[in-house]
Write a protein that binds this ligand. Sequence first.
Ligand SMILES: Cc1cc2nc3c(=O)[nH]c(=O)nc-3n(C[C@H](O)[C@H](O)[C@H](O)COP(=O)(O)OP(=O)(O)OC[C@H]3O[C@@H](n4cnc5c(N)ncnc54)[C@H](O)[C@@H]3O)c2cc1C
Length: 459
Amino acid sequence: MSHILEPSRHTPVRHDVDVLVVGGGPAGIMAAIAAAENGLRVMLLESRSFVGGNLTIGLPVLGFLSQQGEQIIRGWPQRLIDRLQARNAASEHRPCPLHMSITLVEPEAVKFVALEMLLEAGVEVRLHTLVADVVKQGHQLRGVITESKSGREAILAKVVVDCTGDADVAYRAGVPCEQGDAAGGMQPPTLMFCLAGVDTERLRLSIAHEPRTYLTDFIPNEYFGQNQQFIVVGLRELIKRAQADGLSIPTERTIIITGLREGEAWINMTRVKQVDGVDATSLTRGEIEARRQIEDIQRYLTAYVPGFERAYFTKTAPFLGIRETRRIVGRYVMNRDDVLACRRFDDAIAVASYPIDLHRPNDDGCTLEWCGDCYDIPYRSLVPTKVAGLLVAGRCISTTHEAMAAIRVMAPCMAMGEAAGRAAKQAVRRGVNPADVNVPELQAELLARGAYLRAAAAS
Ligand SMILES: Cc1cc2nc3c(=O)[nH]c(=O)nc-3n(C[C@H](O)[C@H](O)[C@H](O)COP(=O)(O)OP(=O)(O)OC[C@H]3O[C@@H](n4cnc5c(N)ncnc54)[C@H](O)[C@@H]3O)c2cc1C
């Protein structure tokens, strides 16, 4: 690739804040609210026109409950769900044999409620603002460079929390990052889409009453007899029949998520291989290809899956959902064994229980592995190596490819966000680097403010 040399320029410093959170998804919303709790100057930057990240693409929140059925994500994440429930925009945490728990949320309501909560907390929210680079003094991160309709600007901060999902800030600051499996293969992305006019009663009762015809993965057919809001995963035989009949279906599994509105279903079935979510050309190919896949998937659902006979298309999610891109290399790299051995850590800042749920990069399948209970997320996995003044929360914390496939769901991402926000606050108050935060004190604050940690790890 050829290059040009840009002339040096004077970049205006638009803001100078205590804590800067980059990315307004599940992790970033929680980080900003928690950091702002006691009056620090906190700013949240979001590249899109709304906050919510993947909470707005038609997905249920997974992971509030453990494999034992205990609620392990509490604190601010629960307060968000409470506020959504007050508007009939979230369900209860419903136990699910495959996903531990599903909590349905209304995407449009998330945009309102999360923004409302951020503003109430005193967070300065800046939308339409992409972080394009960083400001550093030696190893110390001093802030970020943004690009927006206002041009190129600098925003300085005492501590930056990277909640971009892609580790954009960390990567640009020089934190070592990894991407994908040993061969660089990443979980494929999906463009979610929504159908209305679905007879979800017919769907669930067909599955409940005709188990030989409608085979689901891991979720017993009786479950569908008892639950009116549910996720269907499976119906592999129906897909094979549709493929034999000439339809192009890019996945082995039917994944249907009932919406909160009657007759609504979100479909998680487009799948584009070899998309690099941090490369704009590759992302564009992903968006185009996923959109092309929808027509045959819709044909499949209406012709083969009971309850979809009169279904009609209403919308796609606002963007292609990216499962995996960069992960930072932090002070501790969480791995598959940590998840499967239900590992406890002295510096635990969140507890998760979601299984390893890995959409394999190079075929149409998925690998699932459960540990039977909970595992801790250590603070050190939020603390990057090589760069000071920075924390990371959400799916891009320091893990291996396999461990990321477990901690990536939105309830643990929110819990990590809350912990990172509180840690950033403590670092600013004490004038220390986030790496030197007093972890027992952080754990005590998390517990005092309603978050969940396992007793032994917090003592
Ligand atoms: C198709 C799909 C299905 C999934 N299914 C489920 C499910 O059913 N349930 C579940 O709980 N989880 C599910 N997940 C996983 C989950 O959605 C994500 O792992 C989780 O949302 C990660 O949260 P996050 O806050 O780290 O990042 P995100 O939700 O990606 O939020 C990151 C935010 O940062 C912003 N941002 C990014 N870069 C910049 C930048 N440079 N400058 C400014 N802003 C920036 C983005 O616009 C976004 O708002 C799924 C993921 C995908 C893609």
